[in-house]
Design a protein around this ligand. Sequence first.
Ligand SMILES: Nc1nc2c(c(=O)[nH]1)N[C@H]1C(S)=C(S)[C@@H](COP(=O)(O)O)O[C@H]1N2
Ligand SMILES: [Mo]
Length: 428
Amino acid sequence: MTDKTNSLEKLEHVAGNGLINRRHLLGLGLSSAGMAVASSVLAADNSLPLEIPRWSRQPGPGASGYGSRSSHTEYMQRTAGNPNPIYPGGGSSRSPLQHLQGTITPNSLHFERHHAGVPDIDPSLHKLVINGLVKQPLVFSYEDLLKYPMVSKIYFLECSGNSGSLWGANAADGSAQSIHGLVSCAEWTGIPLSTLLDEAGVEPQAQWVSAVGADAASMGRSVPLNRAMDDVLVALFQNGEPVRPEQGYPMRLFVPGCEGNISVKWLTQIKLSREPSQFRDETSKYTDTRPDRLSAQFTLPMGTKSLITSPSGQMALERQGVYQVTGIAWSGRGSIRRVEVSADGGQTWADARIESHQSEKALARFRIPWQWSGGSAVLQSRATDSRGNVQPSRSALIAEKGSLGRYHFHGIQSWSVSTSGEVSNVYA
Ligand SMILES: Nc1nc2c(c(=O)[nH]1)N[C@H]1C(S)=C(S)[C@@H](COP(=O)(O)O)O[C@H]1N2
Ligand SMILES: [Mo]
């Protein structure tokens, strides 16, 4: 015990209430976070236990055609909302952010948002039409599209309704998943939309591209032409496999960095026009109501944002000692350059380590050690992107935008830790 106490004392504190220099992460290992585990595995004389576990005594089942996860990880589930009989197929499910590591969301746990359920599309009967202000209207089958050269990029996808409860006057009880689980990240592979638009030949008057899905909602969105010609994809693959039905099989539009709604799933039509189409989801929904009650349309890029996923809401710290504070950060306008963490409600901050790729419009993973000595704490994280955009506090965001809106919340999340170790969502 003396050794461990000594090594904890040597840790360099870099901000108030227990934050420790991120350099110490590598050295911490079993000596702190895993103390209890290490001592229960080793016998008293430090030899390995003699008993051979059940799974080491005989071969397990052989190889399988399609993999499945360990039965011990089935607690990781998307949380689906309650079915609504007057809105069949409408709703969403959220990613279990507090259980995930790294930055790639497994396809089975990617969040979902459907306006009329998941259509069961036969790819051999599905068509993608490009028409409107083009020199040559085109129709593609799924097979046609598979022959085009494709690019692969890691991008986050976030519903603009994500974290929306934080606009509310009272801090709701909730977890990272229930409050913020409408964000996920995957490697998307597809054809640059510009390739297909160039083939159709865009007429000079065209300014907007309207994308429409083949679901029963016929969901449509208008994309400015300059964005459509930039990094937008017709995505056919998600983390290496065909896009899942929930994510838009056989193809979806993918508009990197922008609110999830504009990445139209089950994509069937691309129409070029002078003006936006004023679809339902860009007029009555997904607009930002300002304090003067006018609503701003086409707030497309998602704000610079971060979130501590552990410790996070509804967790309980079970021992005093060193914890790894970890989370995710992202920006719709660039890559993540910096994430700072506070343990004292924003009075002092320390730089976390970014332990992942830092690519454009993708999630980044951050981590910093924190020593919890049993006092109360408020944990926060604050991201800065490659364009210098800094994630605002909740109060600064509301001072700027008002609180009549429902969408695009990207303020700082505050998790309070009580003296008994319970973690909960608060407004700091
Ligand atoms: N055709 C169609 N596209 C759609 C939707 C839909 O209901 N129908 N939902 C949108 C919304 S609101 C979001 S946030 C994203 C969600 O994508 P995901 O379900 O793959 O996470 O898809 C968008 N594209
Ligand atoms: Mo959404």
